[in-house]
Design a protein around this ligand. Structure first.
Ligand code: MRU
Length: 355
């Protein structure tokens, strides 16, 4: 099986006409790349988590809106910008919680608005392409910085618990929560132990993080979500790294459903709990976690998906939130590419120049 780090989760094809994503719904059993050009297919790939993880969604959206705009034949700037806005609103509706989706689309729109007066439509398309490439390249650099800072927190032999997948598959490369492990491997450390929460209902931990860590040669153990407490109690976990989809101004954050439970357990057992967050994921417009919109997904993800036959009574009510909110007072630190923010987070964010 290929090393996950060698698989590009989201790129533009070499002829710059297709969005190429690794279909993460098929992992770890099948490595298949999808070549997308149509708005509906790009939207569906984001909605169905074929491309997923906040930073990777942002990169896919940037390339997606570039491609859709590049396909517009008009040379009339006003018409072009109207079409751009339509594509932006459509892609932005695919998933609500990960701020990187709207962040990347807004960043692309900013280029269009700033340059519309001084460039023709074909020239503007080139600038949009350059911006999308920059978003991807920056994401790789950001992941490296987070990995470096996270690595400094580790000791040889540490047991690391992670939830969902915030690894290379969830970003352009390296990941956020798993980036410190990739840095440790580069430094020649061979004795870290990584515990992956299975992450019900979509199994990003079992299918993706376990795959990533195992193919990287890391000592990897998969646990069901409800096994985290015992694993901590037995002293197997020294530190916890998770990713995030949106951080509020006070340090509350949304991440994959189940994350807040891990944070509560970590506090009980006195285990440091770190959130790995590119600054693009920090949304200073949101005051606290209660203001973050939480995506709810279809019941079949809980009742049927992955099972050979349905495993819940027909007609039973299902609550299927895809994310939860962790209170800032459960967080030891937030690792950004600019440095680690410690409580009080509003002060630390300001110190790191995040506004
Ligand atoms: O629903 P998903 O799989 O997109 O959720 C992903 C997560 O919750 C990740 O932890 C988060 O996006 C950070 S990825 C670096």
């Amino acid at each position: 099986m290929s090393n996950a780090l060698s698989l590009d989760s989201v790129v533009l094809s070499s002829d710059e006409k297709e969005l190429v994503i690794l279909d993460q719904t098929l992992l770890p059993n099948e490595v298949k790349f999808l070549h997308l050009t149509k708005a509906g297919d790009i939207w569906e790939a984001i909605y169905s988590l074929r491309v997923r993880g906040a930073p990777a969604i942002g990169v896919a959206a940037a390339y997606g809106i570039y491609l859709l705009s590049a396909q517009e034949e008009t040379e009339d700037m006003a018409r072009f910008l109207e079409a751009f806005k339509g594509h932006k609103d459509y892609l932005n509706s695919a998933r609500p919680t990960a701020v990187n989706l709207s962040w990347a689309l807004n960043r692309m729109e900013k280029v269009a608005q700033a340059e519309k007066g001084s460039h023709s439509v074909p020239e503007l398309k080139k600038l949009l392409l350059a911006e999308a490439h920059a978003i991807r390249e920056e994401d790789i650099a950001i992941s490296r910085s987070i990995g470096r800072l996270g690595f400094e927190l580790l000791k040889p032999g540490d047991g690391i618990l992670t939830h969902c997948n915030a690894g290379t598959l969830a970003t352009a490369k390296y990941g956020t929560a798993l980036a410190p492990v990739y840095v440790a491997l580069e430094e020649g450390w061979k004795d870290l132990r990584v515990y992956c929460d299975e992450t019900r209902p979509l199994l990003q931990g079992a299918r993706l993080s376990a795959f990533e860590m195992q193919t990287a040669g890391v000592d990897t153990t998969l646990i069901c979500d409800n096994m985290a407490s015992l694993t901590m109690r037995r002293g197997k976990i020294d530190i916890i790294f998770v990713g995030c989809d949106r951080v509020a101004a006070n340090g509350d954050f949304a991440n994959k459903i189940g994350t807040s439970g891990v944070a509560i357990l970590a506090k009980h057992y006195g285990i440091p709990f770190y959130v790995c967050a590119p600054t693009s994921t920090i949304d200073m417009a949101v005051t606290c976690g209660d203001d973050i919109v939480i995506e709810e997904r279809k019941p079949e993800e809980v009742t049927e998906m992955w099972y050979a036959k349905r495993m819940a009574p027909e007609g039973v009510k299902v609550f299927n939130p895809a994310f939860d909110v962790t209170d800032h007072d459960l967080v030891t630190g937030i690792i950004t590419e600019k440095g680690i923010a410690y409580p009080p987070f509003d002060v630390s964010f300001r110190r790191l120049g995040i506004q």
